[in-house]
Ligand binder design. Sequence first.
Ligand code: NAD
Ligand code: UGA
Length: 426
Amino acid sequence: MTVCIIGAGYVGLTTGAILANFGHKVCCVDINKEKIDSLNQGMIPIYEPGLEEIVDKTLNNGCLSFSTNIKKAIIDNEIIFIAVGTPSNHDGSPNLSYIHQVTETIAESINEYKTIIVKSTVPPGTSEDIHQFLLKQNVDPLLFDVVSNPEFLKEGTAIYDTLHPDKIVLGIKQPKPVQTLQTLYKNIQAPYIITSLTGAEMIKYASNAFLATKISFINEIARICDAYDVEVEDVALGIGTDPRIGPYFLKAGIGYGGSCLPKDLRGLHYAAKKKEVPTSLLTSVQKINDEQIDIVLQKTRSYIGDLKNKHVAVWGITFKPNTDDVRESPSLKIIKQLQKEGAIIRAYDPMAAIDIEDVITPDDKYTAVKGADAVIIATEWDEFKHADWSKVKKIMNGNVIIDGRNCIDRRTVKPLGFYYLGVGRS
Ligand code: NAD
Ligand code: UGA
Protein backbone atom coordinates (compact mmCIF):
# COMPACT_ATOMS: atom_id res chain seq x y z
CA MET A 1 0.00 0.00 0.00
CA THR A 2 1.17 3.58 -0.44
CA VAL A 3 1.12 5.78 2.63
CA CYS A 4 1.70 9.46 3.35
CA ILE A 5 2.34 10.42 6.97
CA ILE A 6 1.92 14.12 7.73
CA GLY A 7 4.01 15.10 10.76
CA ALA A 8 7.35 13.33 11.30
CA GLY A 9 7.46 13.50 15.11
CA TYR A 10 7.50 10.73 17.73
CA VAL A 11 4.25 9.25 16.41
CA GLY A 12 4.55 9.97 12.68
CA LEU A 13 8.13 8.79 12.39
CA THR A 14 7.56 5.62 14.41
CA THR A 15 4.37 4.73 12.51
CA GLY A 16 6.01 5.52 9.17
CA ALA A 17 9.14 3.47 9.85
CA ILE A 18 7.16 0.45 11.04
CA LEU A 19 4.72 0.50 8.12
CA ALA A 20 7.70 0.79 5.74
CA ASN A 21 9.29 -2.17 7.52
CA PHE A 22 6.10 -4.14 6.79
CA GLY A 23 6.81 -3.46 3.08
CA HIS A 24 4.41 -0.57 2.46
CA LYS A 25 5.72 2.44 0.50
CA VAL A 26 5.74 5.28 3.00
CA CYS A 27 6.48 8.97 2.57
CA CYS A 28 6.78 10.99 5.80
CA VAL A 29 6.27 14.71 5.27
CA ASP A 30 6.75 17.65 7.59
CA ILE A 31 6.78 21.45 7.41
CA ASN A 32 10.03 21.47 9.36
CA LYS A 33 12.64 21.50 6.57
CA GLU A 34 15.57 21.08 8.94
CA LYS A 35 13.98 17.90 10.34
CA ILE A 36 13.34 16.46 6.86
CA ASP A 37 16.86 17.36 5.70
CA SER A 38 18.44 15.55 8.62
CA LEU A 39 16.12 12.55 8.21
CA ASN A 40 17.12 12.35 4.54
CA GLN A 41 20.74 12.17 5.69
CA GLY A 42 19.83 9.27 7.99
CA MET A 43 19.93 11.38 11.16
CA ILE A 44 17.05 10.91 13.60
CA PRO A 45 16.11 14.18 15.33
CA ILE A 46 14.66 12.40 18.39
CA TYR A 47 15.93 9.69 20.71
CA GLU A 48 13.68 6.66 20.58
CA PRO A 49 15.34 3.27 21.18
CA GLY A 50 15.39 1.08 18.05
CA LEU A 51 13.97 3.72 15.71
CA GLU A 52 17.21 4.66 14.01
CA GLU A 53 17.86 1.07 12.87
CA ILE A 54 14.42 0.71 11.27
CA VAL A 55 14.62 4.14 9.62
CA ASP A 56 18.08 3.30 8.24
CA LYS A 57 16.94 -0.05 6.88
CA THR A 58 13.74 1.20 5.24
CA LEU A 59 15.37 4.36 3.87
CA ASN A 60 18.04 2.20 2.24
CA ASN A 61 15.63 -0.36 0.78
CA GLY A 62 13.49 2.43 -0.67
CA CYS A 63 10.32 1.72 1.36
CA LEU A 64 10.62 4.95 3.38
CA SER A 65 11.18 8.46 2.09
CA PHE A 66 11.02 11.96 3.54
CA SER A 67 9.81 15.16 1.94
CA THR A 68 8.54 18.66 2.62
CA ASN A 69 6.29 18.50 -0.44
CA ILE A 70 3.05 17.75 1.38
CA LYS A 71 0.71 18.29 -1.57
CA LYS A 72 2.66 15.90 -3.78
CA ALA A 73 2.70 13.26 -1.04
CA ILE A 74 -1.08 13.54 -0.67
CA ILE A 75 -1.58 13.22 -4.42
CA ASP A 76 0.82 10.26 -4.76
CA ASN A 77 -0.43 8.07 -1.90
CA GLU A 78 -3.67 6.22 -1.18
CA ILE A 79 -3.55 6.43 2.63
CA ILE A 80 -3.01 9.74 4.43
CA PHE A 81 -2.12 9.80 8.13
CA ILE A 82 -2.47 13.02 10.11
CA ALA A 83 0.13 12.85 12.92
CA VAL A 84 0.83 16.51 13.64
CA GLY A 85 1.06 17.95 17.14
CA THR A 86 -1.99 19.09 19.11
CA PRO A 87 -0.44 21.10 21.97
CA SER A 88 -2.42 23.06 24.56
CA ASN A 89 -3.37 26.70 24.11
CA HIS A 90 -2.91 29.02 27.11
CA ASP A 91 -6.50 28.38 28.25
CA GLY A 92 -5.98 24.59 28.19
CA SER A 93 -7.95 24.07 24.99
CA PRO A 94 -6.18 21.98 22.33
CA ASN A 95 -4.46 24.00 19.63
CA LEU A 96 -5.88 22.48 16.45
CA SER A 97 -4.19 24.93 14.07
CA TYR A 98 -1.79 22.26 12.71
CA ILE A 99 -4.71 19.89 12.14
CA HIS A 100 -6.57 22.67 10.30
CA GLN A 101 -3.52 23.51 8.14
CA VAL A 102 -3.23 19.86 7.11
CA THR A 103 -6.95 19.51 6.42
CA GLU A 104 -6.85 22.56 4.15
CA THR A 105 -3.89 21.11 2.25
CA ILE A 106 -5.73 17.79 1.85
CA ALA A 107 -8.83 19.62 0.55
CA GLU A 108 -6.69 21.47 -2.01
CA SER A 109 -4.78 18.38 -3.15
CA ILE A 110 -7.24 15.50 -3.17
CA ASN A 111 -7.43 14.03 -6.66
CA GLU A 112 -8.63 10.46 -6.21
CA TYR A 113 -9.97 8.30 -3.37
CA LYS A 114 -8.02 8.66 -0.09
CA THR A 115 -8.37 7.06 3.32
CA ILE A 116 -7.63 9.90 5.73
CA ILE A 117 -6.53 8.60 9.13
CA VAL A 118 -6.48 10.92 12.13
CA LYS A 119 -3.72 9.61 14.40
CA SER A 120 -3.10 12.82 16.33
CA THR A 121 -4.89 13.01 19.68
CA VAL A 122 -7.81 15.36 19.16
CA PRO A 123 -10.87 16.44 21.16
CA PRO A 124 -14.20 14.70 20.58
CA GLY A 125 -15.83 15.90 17.39
CA THR A 126 -12.62 16.86 15.52
CA SER A 127 -12.63 14.01 12.98
CA GLU A 128 -16.28 14.66 12.24
CA ASP A 129 -15.38 18.36 11.75
CA ILE A 130 -12.63 17.31 9.31
CA HIS A 131 -15.18 15.28 7.34
CA GLN A 132 -17.62 18.21 7.27
CA PHE A 133 -14.85 20.68 6.34
CA LEU A 134 -13.86 18.60 3.31
CA LEU A 135 -17.50 18.49 2.16
CA LYS A 136 -17.77 22.28 2.59
CA GLN A 137 -14.67 22.67 0.42
CA ASN A 138 -16.63 20.81 -2.28
CA VAL A 139 -14.53 17.66 -2.05
CA ASP A 140 -16.61 14.83 -3.57
CA PRO A 141 -17.73 12.52 -0.68
CA LEU A 142 -16.81 9.55 -2.89
CA LEU A 143 -13.18 10.70 -2.86
CA PHE A 144 -12.48 10.17 0.83
CA ASP A 145 -13.21 8.48 4.14
CA VAL A 146 -12.10 9.91 7.46
CA VAL A 147 -11.04 7.36 10.09
CA SER A 148 -10.07 8.07 13.68
CA ASN A 149 -7.23 5.72 14.68
CA PRO A 150 -5.75 7.05 17.92
CA GLU A 151 -2.24 6.11 18.98
CA PHE A 152 -1.45 4.55 22.38
CA LEU A 153 2.36 4.20 22.16
CA LYS A 154 4.62 5.37 24.99
CA GLU A 155 7.85 7.22 24.39
CA GLY A 156 10.88 5.08 25.16
CA THR A 157 9.07 1.90 24.03
CA ALA A 158 7.41 3.33 20.93
CA ILE A 159 8.57 0.57 18.57
CA TYR A 160 7.47 -2.29 20.83
CA ASP A 161 4.15 -0.59 21.60
CA THR A 162 3.41 -0.04 17.92
CA LEU A 163 4.19 -3.65 17.03
CA HIS A 164 2.32 -5.08 20.04
CA PRO A 165 -0.62 -2.81 20.83
CA ASP A 166 -3.28 -4.16 23.19
CA LYS A 167 -5.93 -3.02 20.71
CA ILE A 168 -6.42 -1.10 17.48
CA VAL A 169 -9.16 1.47 17.82
CA LEU A 170 -10.96 2.53 14.66
CA GLY A 171 -13.57 5.25 14.62
CA ILE A 172 -15.51 5.18 11.36
CA LYS A 173 -18.54 6.70 9.66
CA GLN A 174 -19.02 3.75 7.34
CA PRO A 175 -17.50 0.22 7.15
CA LYS A 176 -15.52 0.67 3.88
CA PRO A 177 -12.15 1.77 5.35
CA VAL A 178 -12.01 -1.02 7.98
CA GLN A 179 -10.65 -3.53 5.48
CA THR A 180 -8.07 -1.02 4.24
CA LEU A 181 -6.81 -0.52 7.79
CA GLN A 182 -6.77 -4.26 8.46
CA THR A 183 -4.66 -4.81 5.34
CA LEU A 184 -2.34 -1.96 6.32
CA TYR A 185 -1.86 -3.43 9.81
CA LYS A 186 -1.91 -7.10 8.74
CA ASN A 187 1.39 -7.82 10.55
CA ILE A 188 0.01 -6.63 13.87
CA GLN A 189 -1.94 -9.06 16.05
CA ALA A 190 -4.42 -7.12 18.16
CA PRO A 191 -8.17 -6.98 18.65
CA TYR A 192 -10.00 -4.25 16.74
CA ILE A 193 -12.35 -1.96 18.59
CA ILE A 194 -14.64 -0.38 16.07
CA THR A 195 -16.73 2.59 17.06
CA SER A 196 -17.86 6.00 15.84
CA LEU A 197 -15.38 8.75 14.92
CA THR A 198 -16.08 10.61 18.16
CA GLY A 199 -16.15 7.37 20.19
CA ALA A 200 -12.56 6.64 19.14
CA GLU A 201 -11.47 10.14 20.13
CA MET A 202 -13.13 9.70 23.53
CA ILE A 203 -11.39 6.33 24.05
CA LYS A 204 -8.03 8.05 23.59
CA TYR A 205 -8.79 10.96 25.92
CA ALA A 206 -10.35 8.67 28.53
CA SER A 207 -7.35 6.33 28.37
CA ASN A 208 -4.84 9.08 29.14
CA ALA A 209 -7.15 10.54 31.79
CA PHE A 210 -7.41 7.15 33.51
CA LEU A 211 -3.63 6.66 33.47
CA ALA A 212 -3.17 10.11 35.01
CA THR A 213 -5.84 9.27 37.59
CA LYS A 214 -3.98 6.11 38.65
CA ILE A 215 -0.78 8.12 39.11
CA SER A 216 -2.47 10.87 41.14
CA PHE A 217 -4.28 8.23 43.18
CA ILE A 218 -1.06 6.50 44.21
CA ASN A 219 0.61 9.86 44.84
CA GLU A 220 -2.17 10.82 47.24
CA ILE A 221 -1.89 7.41 48.91
CA ALA A 222 1.90 8.00 49.17
CA ARG A 223 1.25 11.18 51.18
CA ILE A 224 -0.81 9.19 53.67
CA CYS A 225 1.86 6.46 53.70
CA ASP A 226 4.49 9.10 54.57
CA ALA A 227 2.35 10.24 57.48
CA TYR A 228 2.00 6.69 58.84
CA ASP A 229 5.50 5.49 57.93
CA VAL A 230 4.16 2.90 55.52
CA GLU A 231 5.88 1.88 52.28
CA VAL A 232 3.78 2.95 49.29
CA GLU A 233 5.38 0.24 47.16
CA ASP A 234 3.94 -2.41 49.48
CA VAL A 235 0.54 -0.81 49.09
CA ALA A 236 0.89 -0.64 45.29
CA LEU A 237 1.91 -4.30 45.23
CA GLY A 238 -0.91 -5.25 47.55
CA ILE A 239 -3.63 -3.54 45.57
CA GLY A 240 -2.08 -4.21 42.16
CA THR A 241 -2.44 -7.97 42.48
CA ASP A 242 -6.21 -7.50 42.31
CA PRO A 243 -6.95 -7.84 38.58
CA ARG A 244 -9.69 -5.25 38.92
CA ILE A 245 -7.01 -2.72 39.87
CA GLY A 246 -3.93 -4.04 38.03
CA PRO A 247 -0.24 -3.46 38.85
CA TYR A 248 0.58 -0.77 36.29
CA PHE A 249 0.80 3.00 36.68
CA LEU A 250 0.97 2.78 40.44
CA LYS A 251 4.48 4.19 40.83
CA ALA A 252 4.44 7.11 43.24
CA GLY A 253 6.77 9.98 42.48
CA ILE A 254 7.03 13.62 41.47
CA GLY A 255 4.03 13.28 39.17
CA TYR A 256 3.29 12.76 35.52
CA GLY A 257 4.71 14.95 32.78
CA GLY A 258 5.31 14.64 29.06
CA SER A 259 3.66 15.98 25.96
CA CYS A 260 0.45 14.00 26.41
CA LEU A 261 -1.01 13.16 29.83
CA PRO A 262 -1.06 16.79 31.08
CA LYS A 263 -2.26 18.24 27.77
CA ASP A 264 -4.89 15.57 27.12
CA LEU A 265 -6.30 15.95 30.63
CA ARG A 266 -6.63 19.67 29.99
CA GLY A 267 -8.17 18.88 26.59
CA LEU A 268 -10.76 16.53 28.08
CA HIS A 269 -11.50 19.01 30.82
CA TYR A 270 -12.03 21.72 28.20
CA ALA A 271 -14.25 19.47 26.07
CA ALA A 272 -16.43 18.70 29.12
CA LYS A 273 -16.63 22.37 30.10
CA LYS A 274 -17.76 23.29 26.59
CA LYS A 275 -20.81 21.05 27.16
CA GLU A 276 -21.20 22.17 30.80
CA VAL A 277 -20.29 18.74 32.17
CA PRO A 278 -18.75 18.99 35.68
CA THR A 279 -15.34 17.29 36.06
CA SER A 280 -14.40 17.26 39.73
CA LEU A 281 -12.33 14.06 39.37
CA LEU A 282 -10.23 15.43 36.50
CA THR A 283 -9.70 18.68 38.42
CA SER A 284 -8.46 16.77 41.48
CA VAL A 285 -6.13 14.60 39.38
CA GLN A 286 -4.48 17.71 37.96
CA LYS A 287 -4.31 19.42 41.36
CA ILE A 288 -2.65 16.41 43.02
CA ASN A 289 -0.11 16.30 40.19
CA ASP A 290 0.76 19.99 40.62
CA GLU A 291 1.12 19.53 44.39
CA GLN A 292 3.73 16.76 43.96
CA ILE A 293 6.26 19.47 43.04
CA ASP A 294 5.60 21.31 46.34
CA ILE A 295 5.99 18.04 48.22
CA VAL A 296 9.50 17.53 46.79
CA LEU A 297 10.40 21.08 47.75
CA GLN A 298 9.04 20.58 51.29
CA LYS A 299 11.04 17.37 51.67
CA THR A 300 14.19 19.17 50.52
CA ARG A 301 13.60 22.09 52.92
CA SER A 302 12.89 19.70 55.78
CA TYR A 303 16.50 18.51 55.62
CA ILE A 304 18.55 21.43 54.33
CA GLY A 305 16.39 24.31 55.57
CA ASP A 306 15.91 27.58 53.69
CA LEU A 307 16.91 26.97 50.07
CA LYS A 308 18.52 30.38 49.52
CA ASN A 309 22.11 29.89 48.26
CA LYS A 310 21.90 26.15 48.89
CA HIS A 311 23.50 23.98 46.22
CA VAL A 312 21.08 21.43 44.79
CA ALA A 313 21.94 18.83 42.16
CA VAL A 314 19.11 17.58 39.95
CA TRP A 315 19.61 14.24 38.24
CA GLY A 316 17.28 13.80 35.27
CA ILE A 317 15.53 16.37 33.15
CA THR A 318 13.41 14.25 30.81
CA PHE A 319 9.83 13.49 31.84
CA LYS A 320 10.74 9.79 32.02
CA PRO A 321 13.77 7.63 31.11
CA ASN A 322 14.72 6.40 27.63
CA THR A 323 13.58 9.55 25.85
CA ASP A 324 15.07 12.96 25.16
CA ASP A 325 11.66 14.61 25.57
CA VAL A 326 11.46 17.33 28.20
CA ARG A 327 7.98 18.59 27.37
CA GLU A 328 6.11 19.36 30.63
CA SER A 329 8.77 17.52 32.58
CA PRO A 330 8.21 17.68 36.38
CA SER A 331 11.99 18.05 36.71
CA LEU A 332 11.89 21.44 34.99
CA LYS A 333 9.10 22.58 37.30
CA ILE A 334 11.17 21.54 40.34
CA ILE A 335 14.23 23.40 39.00
CA LYS A 336 12.22 26.59 38.42
CA GLN A 337 10.76 26.43 41.94
CA LEU A 338 14.18 25.77 43.49
CA GLN A 339 15.58 28.76 41.61
CA LYS A 340 12.69 30.93 42.79
CA GLU A 341 13.67 30.10 46.35
CA GLY A 342 17.29 31.09 45.67
CA ALA A 343 18.91 27.66 45.28
CA ILE A 344 21.93 27.21 43.02
CA ILE A 345 21.28 24.36 40.60
CA ARG A 346 23.49 21.91 38.76
CA ALA A 347 21.50 19.59 36.53
CA TYR A 348 22.51 16.53 34.57
CA ASP A 349 20.62 14.30 32.15
CA PRO A 350 22.08 11.46 30.04
CA MET A 351 20.02 12.34 26.98
CA ALA A 352 18.34 15.75 27.09
CA ALA A 353 20.02 18.99 26.15
CA ILE A 354 19.59 21.35 29.10
CA ASP A 355 19.19 25.01 28.36
CA ILE A 356 17.88 26.73 31.47
CA GLU A 357 19.08 30.16 32.51
CA ASP A 358 21.48 30.08 35.47
CA VAL A 359 21.53 26.28 35.65
CA ILE A 360 25.00 24.78 35.54
CA THR A 361 24.95 21.73 33.26
CA PRO A 362 27.99 19.48 33.65
CA ASP A 363 28.62 16.54 31.34
CA ASP A 364 28.40 13.86 34.01
CA LYS A 365 26.37 13.08 37.11
CA TYR A 366 29.30 13.18 39.51
CA THR A 367 30.35 16.72 38.54
CA ALA A 368 26.70 17.70 39.01
CA VAL A 369 26.76 16.73 42.70
CA LYS A 370 30.03 18.60 43.42
CA GLY A 371 29.52 20.60 46.61
CA ALA A 372 25.77 19.88 46.64
CA ASP A 373 23.78 20.06 49.85
CA ALA A 374 21.17 17.72 48.37
CA VAL A 375 20.62 15.68 45.23
CA ILE A 376 17.14 15.28 43.77
CA ILE A 377 16.52 12.34 41.45
CA ALA A 378 13.85 13.51 39.03
CA THR A 379 14.10 10.81 36.34
CA GLU A 380 14.74 7.11 36.97
CA TRP A 381 17.51 6.63 34.41
CA ASP A 382 19.38 3.35 34.95
CA GLU A 383 22.69 5.16 35.41
CA PHE A 384 21.28 6.88 38.52
CA LYS A 385 20.08 3.58 39.97
CA HIS A 386 23.59 2.18 39.60
CA ALA A 387 25.54 5.26 40.68
CA ASP A 388 28.65 4.90 42.83
CA TRP A 389 27.18 6.37 46.02
CA SER A 390 30.44 6.28 48.00
CA LYS A 391 31.89 8.51 45.31
CA VAL A 392 28.81 10.77 45.42
CA LYS A 393 29.13 11.04 49.20
CA LYS A 394 32.76 12.21 48.92
CA ILE A 395 31.93 14.79 46.22
CA MET A 396 28.81 16.23 47.88
CA ASN A 397 28.89 18.81 50.62
CA GLY A 398 25.73 17.52 52.29
CA ASN A 399 24.18 14.08 52.60
CA VAL A 400 20.57 14.34 51.46
CA ILE A 401 19.03 12.25 48.66
CA ILE A 402 15.51 13.13 47.57
CA ASP A 403 14.45 10.18 45.44
CA GLY A 404 11.61 11.65 43.42
CA ARG A 405 11.16 8.37 41.53
CA ASN A 406 11.66 5.81 44.33
CA CYS A 407 14.39 4.21 42.24
CA ILE A 408 17.44 4.03 44.53
CA ASP A 409 18.42 1.02 46.61
CA ARG A 410 18.16 2.45 50.13
CA ARG A 411 20.16 -0.41 51.61
CA THR A 412 23.19 0.91 49.70
CA VAL A 413 22.91 4.60 50.50
CA LYS A 414 21.78 4.70 54.12
CA PRO A 415 24.83 2.89 55.57
CA LEU A 416 26.99 5.46 53.77
CA GLY A 417 25.48 8.18 55.95
CA PHE A 418 22.92 9.59 53.54
CA TYR A 419 19.51 10.86 54.61
CA TYR A 420 17.14 9.24 52.13
CA LEU A 421 13.66 10.55 51.32
CA GLY A 422 11.48 8.93 48.70
CA VAL A 423 7.82 9.52 47.90
CA GLY A 424 5.82 7.36 50.31
CA ARG A 425 9.12 5.62 51.03
CA SER A 426 11.79 6.46 53.56
P1 NAD B 1 5.78 16.00 17.60
O1 NAD B 1 5.72 17.40 18.07
O2 NAD B 1 6.93 15.15 17.94
O3 NAD B 1 5.63 15.97 16.01
C1 NAD B 1 4.66 16.66 15.31
C2 NAD B 1 5.23 17.02 13.94
O4 NAD B 1 4.21 17.61 13.14
C3 NAD B 1 6.37 18.06 14.01
O5 NAD B 1 7.52 17.53 13.40
C4 NAD B 1 5.82 19.26 13.23
O6 NAD B 1 6.82 19.98 12.51
C5 NAD B 1 4.82 18.59 12.30
N1 NAD B 1 3.82 19.50 11.73
C6 NAD B 1 3.12 20.47 12.36
N2 NAD B 1 2.28 21.08 11.48
C7 NAD B 1 2.45 20.47 10.29
C8 NAD B 1 1.86 20.63 9.01
N3 NAD B 1 0.94 21.56 8.78
N4 NAD B 1 2.27 19.83 8.01
C9 NAD B 1 3.23 18.89 8.23
N5 NAD B 1 3.80 18.68 9.42
C10 NAD B 1 3.43 19.45 10.44
O7 NAD B 1 4.42 15.34 18.09
P2 NAD B 1 4.16 13.83 18.56
O8 NAD B 1 4.69 13.66 19.93
O9 NAD B 1 4.55 12.90 17.47
O10 NAD B 1 2.55 13.86 18.69
C11 NAD B 1 1.74 13.94 17.54
C12 NAD B 1 0.31 13.65 17.96
O11 NAD B 1 0.21 12.31 18.45
C13 NAD B 1 -0.22 14.53 19.11
O12 NAD B 1 -1.59 14.78 18.90
C14 NAD B 1 -0.01 13.68 20.34
O13 NAD B 1 -0.92 13.99 21.37
C15 NAD B 1 -0.29 12.29 19.79
N6 NAD B 1 0.39 11.21 20.51
C16 NAD B 1 1.69 11.35 20.90
C17 NAD B 1 2.33 10.29 21.56
C18 NAD B 1 3.76 10.43 22.04
O14 NAD B 1 4.19 9.54 22.77
N7 NAD B 1 4.50 11.46 21.69
C19 NAD B 1 1.64 9.10 21.79
C20 NAD B 1 0.31 8.98 21.37
C21 NAD B 1 -0.30 10.05 20.72
C1 UGA C 1 1.44 8.25 27.68
C2 UGA C 1 0.57 6.99 27.67
O1 UGA C 1 1.13 6.03 28.56
C3 UGA C 1 0.49 6.40 26.26
O2 UGA C 1 -0.37 5.27 26.25
C4 UGA C 1 -0.06 7.46 25.33
O3 UGA C 1 -0.10 6.99 23.99
C5 UGA C 1 0.83 8.68 25.39
O4 UGA C 1 0.89 9.17 26.76
C6 UGA C 1 0.28 9.79 24.57
O5 UGA C 1 -0.91 9.93 24.39
O6 UGA C 1 1.14 10.54 24.10
P1 UGA C 1 4.05 8.76 27.64
O7 UGA C 1 3.64 10.18 27.81
O8 UGA C 1 5.06 8.40 26.65
O9 UGA C 1 2.75 7.87 27.32
O10 UGA C 1 4.61 8.26 29.04
P2 UGA C 1 4.08 7.39 30.27
O11 UGA C 1 4.88 6.16 30.37
O12 UGA C 1 2.61 7.26 30.26
O13 UGA C 1 4.48 8.34 31.48
C7 UGA C 1 3.87 9.60 31.63
C8 UGA C 1 4.34 10.24 32.91
O14 UGA C 1 3.78 9.57 34.04
C9 UGA C 1 5.85 10.22 33.12
O15 UGA C 1 6.26 11.47 33.64
C10 UGA C 1 6.06 9.11 34.12
O16 UGA C 1 7.22 9.31 34.91
C11 UGA C 1 4.80 9.24 34.96
N1 UGA C 1 4.42 7.97 35.64
C12 UGA C 1 4.10 6.87 34.92
C13 UGA C 1 4.38 7.93 37.04
O17 UGA C 1 4.67 8.94 37.72
N2 UGA C 1 3.99 6.77 37.64
C14 UGA C 1 3.66 5.66 36.94
O18 UGA C 1 3.30 4.63 37.57
C15 UGA C 1 3.71 5.71 35.54
